[in-house]
Design a protein around this ligand. Structure first.
Ligand code: HEM
Length: 237
């Protein structure tokens, strides 16, 4: 009986490690994507034609070996797989942690935990909701919020128009989403380095925390530039 329990325990530990690895690897895929996406968005500072040329280039990348938009579709499928792996692993780990502690702590002191680590679940959910709206707005429906029309085929005008001064609230929504993204990336980067075994000493832990801050500030800060500069009219239609 005791041996069966032990075997069960070892199996659960192994699968928990596998799930954490799955979260770390899919998280790194996302970090690489958002880094590239953020860099691409900065092309808006180069003006209407440069940005639209870049958007078109994303669709012709790899042609004629790949069909038109083939590269984009490979990217989309890869991101969807990473998203499913990331969310499913998070939910299973979450349930497992809850089952291991069915009774909550009477007094919950958040000793040594940062705001980033305490907001991983709600922050993750916020980013997911943001992503659904974001894809409808810019890719699936292409909603021009200035006049409510759909199917806008000018990527630069769609992007810059979304954050113009009459739709300042859209900039606010995006900036709040970037705060959630920054906190998530800060703790996520640290956690994935921990899962991969890079936080065994005090120095490496400190370095992993710094890496978390750099990733968060570069990505969330970089993304915030286009909405902010469009709101203040520095980049405009
Ligand atoms: C201020 C922040 C952001 C801005 C201004 C922005 C802007 C855009 C724009 C303009 C597009 C359409 C690109 C095109 O069709 O050429 C797009 C697509 C997309 N964005 Fe963002 N984005 C932001 C943040 C994010 C974040 C944080 C994520 C992920 C968590 C994300 C994920 C995506 C995805 C998956 C696509 C679809 C690519 C495709 O399949 O065509 N974006 N974004």
């Amino acid at each position: 009986m005791a041996t069966t329990e032990l075997v069960k325990g070892v199996r659960a530990t192994h699968s928990t490690i596998a799930l954490k690895l799955a979260m770390a690897i899919s998280g790194i895929v996302f970090i690489l994507f958002v880094l590239a996406h953020m860099y691409g968005n900065l092309k808006a500072f180069a003006g209407h034609d440069a940005y639209n040329e870049y958007a078109e280039h994303l669709r012709t990348l790899g042609t004629p070996m790949l069909p038109y938009a083939g590269f984009l579709w490979i990217l989309r499928v890869g991101l969807l797989v990473a998203l499913i792996v990331h969310v499913v692993s998070a939910v299973v780990l979450w349930k497992r942690a809850a089952a291991a502690r069915p009774v909550k702590y009477a007094v919950k002191k958040n000793v040594a935990s940062s705001i980033s680590s305490r907001t991983m679940r709600w922050g993750g959910l916020t980013i997911l909701l943001f992503l659904i709206w974001h894809l409808l707005q810019f890719t699936i429906v292409k909603i021009d919020i200035t006049d409510g029309s759909t199917g806008n085929q000018d990527p630069y005008n769609l992007l810059v128009g979304a954050f113009a001064d009459q739709s300042w609230w859209m900039t606010v929504i995006y900036l709040l989403a970037m705060v959630a993204l920054g906190l998530h990336l800060h703790h996520g980067t640290f956690s994935s380095l921990q899962t991969l075994g890079y936080t065994n000493t005090a120095t490496s832990r400190a370095r992993a925390r710094i890496a978390g801050w750099i990733v968060a500030i570069v990505i969330a800060g970089g993304f915030s530039l286009v909405p902010l500069f469009a709101l203040f009219g520095v980049i405009s239609k």
